[in-house]
Design a protein around this ligand. Structure first.
Ligand code: HPA
Length: 271
């Protein structure tokens, strides 16, 4: 694992990532944002020895290094998922590669199903906390103390300080921003209506199939984490309609402009 991270970090450095302090992970249907970075440079996962490649529709498989408001950003355009058969420990690669080049704060985005009845497709939700219902954990296995402690604290995984400032900034810009708890299921099936009812009872506001492993690994190695869910659909059983990945990508496309405004705001003014 360490060698894979080192070769990935070397390729990112060669693409000009040495001054990057900000990382960005782009979820389903949201990957196009990476191409709004100035002077984008690309490092394909396929060109990194040992790296997994994401095969999910709507996910490209590459790092994009570029600038926003003069700040260097390392973006992952396309992420790996547990449901692709990749162990969660390998889902740590992207985040640790960012850390290895000096990234201090990572913005993790995803498409998610709305559980909170006040949400609607297109809502943007700041992640305040998560419930790891995936059945695994990316830190299972021997712990490398150079990355972080064996038993990491999770009381402030999604930086409270950043969330407070972002809420104020979004309000000032007139960008509606919900806040809530993200619950991770393994996927690839969408949840059943009974699972969604359970999710609501245990305190979830949104459900999805990503983000939690990356947030755990980022917090473990001392990075600040900010998480944004785009609610692409109401979770199963809430509306009388079936869920599909096409719908996820379609809603993401409709909401792209607002998502872009919010991420621009974060990169330009918050981080
Ligand atoms: N469930 C899980 N993951 C998702 C959903 C959902 O309803 N929508 C987008 N990603």
């Amino acid at each position: 694992m360490q060698e894979i991270i080192q070769s990935a970090a070397a390729l990112l450095m060669a693409a000009g990532a040495e001054s990057a302090k900000i990382g960005l992970i782009l979820g389903s249907g949201l990957g196009d944002y990476a191409e709004t970075l100035d002077n984008p440079r690309f490092v394909n996962y396929a060109d990194i020895p040992g790296y997994p490649v994401s095969h999910v529709a709507g996910h490209k498989s590459r790092f994009v290094v570029g600038e926003k408001a003069g700040k260097t950003v390392v973006a992952m355009q396309g992420r790996f998922h547990f449901y692709e058969g990749i162990p969660q420990s390998l889902l740590a690669l992207g985040v640790r590669t960012m850390r290895a080049v000096g990234v201090e704060t990572v913005l993790i985005t995803n498409a998610a199903g709305g559980v909170n009845m006040n949400f609607h497709p297109g809502s943007l939700m700041l992640i305040s906390d998560h419930i790891n219902y995936s059945g695994s954990n990316p830190l299972i296995g021997p712990n490398d103390d150079a990355w972080g402690p064996r038993f990491p604290d999770q009381s402030d995984t999604y930086s409270r300080a950043l969330r407070i400032r972002l809420r104020e900034m979004a309000a000032a810009e007139g960008i509606e921003l919900e806040e809530g708890v993200y619950m991770m299921f393994s996927g690839p099936c969408f949840e059943t209506p009974a699972e969604v009812r359970m999710a609501r009872i245990v305190g979830a506001d949104a459900v999805g199939m990503s983000t939690v492993p990356e947030a755990i690994v980022a917090a473990h190695c001392g990075m600040r984490v900010l998480g944004i869910s785009l609610i692409t659909n109401m979770a199963a059983g809430i509306l009388d309609q079936k869920l599909s990945h096409d719908e996820v990508n379609e809603t993401a496309a409709i909401a792209r402009e607002r998502f872009t405004r919010l991420v621009d705001l974060i990169l330009e003014q918050l981080l």
